[in-house]
Ligand binder design. Sequence first.
Ligand code: HEM
Length: 217
Amino acid sequence: MSEAPFSEVLRNATWADHSSAEDDAYLKALMAGRLSREAYGELVAQHYFAYTALDGVARALAGDPVAGPFVVPELYREEALVRDLETVYGPGWADRITPSAPTRTLVARIEQAAGWPGGYVAHHYTRYLGDLSGGQFIRMELEKIYGYGPGGGVDFYRFDRIGSLPRFKNAYRARLDALPVDDAEKQRIIREAKLAYQLNTEVLTDLGRVARAELAA
Ligand code: HEM
């Protein structure tokens, strides 16, 4: 038995991975207001593929004792991402977007986690707790930069159906603390969360080519 709650252990074990994700050049250029709407749309597009996978696997794991408590349909992002893509690219958005190589790798790993509920929890945590935390800061910055409001543009970062975000995050951490798995499985989940950070960071690193092209122009 470890003394600290698992949510804390997981956060501490992955915080260095968080710092490198946060430090990414594309995100920095985006947050500095240096990218066009189309270049921002490239991130929305990659999210679209990753979250279609994440939420698709959620549906398959809804009844699972480990992953089931994390399956919250109010979090599903596909509808919000479609509104965002329509806003950024217009009605022809579907023809404009393709998953990058790192996104295809991330999606494949998420889909593998359909057979490993603990691994799925790691991917769910890395994305959704982040979207509910730093993601809210990112949304506020993007609203200022692009002038997007509710209804499309940054709806991905809007979670209107889960009530108070701080309360939801506390309940989420309580679910992590109550995971019905042994210490060895907790270690594997930590390793998968670190991998999830790495795969998500590689998606961002690849988007660096979009930022470089614009910044050089
Ligand atoms: C501009 C980029 C980013 C900023 C400014 C940022 C900022 C933050 C902040 C301030 C928190 C702490 C919030 C709190 O304690 O409630 C946080 C938490 C988190 N972020 Fe980020 N973040 C960024 C990017 C990312 C990325 C790219 C990911 C993952 C791919 C991510 C995943 C997470 C996760 C999982 C947490 C929750 C950690 C925990 O409490 O267990 N963040 N972020």
